[in-house]
Design a protein around this ligand. Structure first.
Ligand SMILES: C[S@@+](CC[C@H](N)C(=O)[O-])C[C@H]1O[C@@H](n2cnc3c(N)ncnc32)[C@H](O)[C@@H]1O
Length: 290
């Protein structure tokens, strides 16, 4: 082959590579596209082995039918509390959609002074009070309010250092009321654990769907409900960031789910966190100096 032919062939090969989109190997996990943060683990291998917190408090495996599986509950504990221990010491905590009190309890066990939970379903409010009583926290440390989160936040005054919004942001479309209520607590920190559909990309988007109001872990009927279903939305991370801004909060960091899943192999029921469709977000008051 002449030098001219060799040069032409080399140029064709380069052009082919430039024009072709990169080949995506099937084994590669799709990175969450709208996080703006790396999907890879932030931590060193071996540093995120779970403490299996709930093994000492097994009532929480039985008092709810909403995602009580051992692995999921314990890894969520690590993502929500293990990585945020610094903010719970002596804190007043407000737990939105407090369910059976699992996270209210974890907050107290992490050093919080008091916790108030708000939960729409009265049977869960009762279960929460019983669970906490059983594990040593009476009404002086833990109080549960039955009612629609928006209604309760709009009609009662709460002061909090940390607000927990865990597994709830996708059960509502009433973001202004919710965030205005959170803002009024003057909390310095807000932890959100939520679905964050990354297929909607980096543009702020809310995926609007409906939920059956008579399912335990789903949206409860509220004053806007007209029939058996409730209108709710799933905001992606870009939308969450946009919503937080006017209420004086910003995303500080995402929990290291990649590290947790790496160091606790064989854990089931965490596929949504694994593929980046669900995230745990630590938000901080952007109006005060750090
Ligand atoms: C998916 S569960 C999440 C429970 C818990 N926070 C967690 O992260 O594991 C959703 C909870 O929100 C409650 N809920 C739904 N709509 C509500 C509303 N409008 N006001 C108060 N609680 C509500 C449900 O009853 C249920 O306990």
């Amino acid at each position: 082959m002449s030098l001219k032919q060799q040069t032409a062939r080399a140029l064709r090969a380069v052009a082919w590579r430039i024009e072709r989109p990169p080949i995506r190997r099937r084994s590669q996990a799709a990175p969450p596209k709208d996080t703006g943060l790396p999907a890879a683990a932030d931590s060193a291998a071996g540093s995120r082995v779970a403490s299996w917190f709930f093994e000492q408090y097994p009532r929480f495996y039985t008092t709810s039918s909403t995602a009580p599986t051992t692995a999921r509950l314990n890894l969520r504990y690590e993502a929500i509390f293990g990585e945020n221990q610094d903010i719970f010491t002596d804190a007043a905590v407000l737990d939105l959609a407090s369910h059976d009190g699992r996270w209210s309890f974890a907050a107290l066990a992490s050093g919080a002074k008091t916790v108030v939970g708000i939960e729409a379903r009265p049977e869960l409010v009762q279960a929460a009070a019983e669970n906490l009583e059983k594990y040593g926290y009476g009404a002086d440390r833990a109080r549960f309010v039955a009612g629609d989160v928006h209604e309760v936040l709009g009609t009662q005054d709460f002061s909090a250092d940390v607000v927990l919004c865990l597994g709830f942001l996708y059960h509502t479309l009433r973001y202004n009321e919710l965030l205005a209520g959170i803002r009024r607590t003057n909390a310095r920190y807000l932890i959100i654990d939520t679905f964050s559909p990354f297929m909607m990309g980096q543009v702020p988007n809310v995926n609007v769907i409906t939920e059956d109001a008579d399912e335990e872990g789903k949206a409860a009927a509220d004053s806007y409900t007209s029939g058996p279903s409730v209108l709710v939305g799933r905001p992606n991370l870009a939308a969450i960031k946009t919503m937080l801004g006017p209420y004086g909060y910003r995303v500080e960091r995402l929990s290291d789910w990649a590290g947790l899943l790496r160091d606790n192999p064989g854990t089931d029921n965490c596929g949504d966190y694994q593929n980046g469709r669900r995230v745990t977000i630590r938000c901080v008051d952007s109006r005060v100096g750090s």
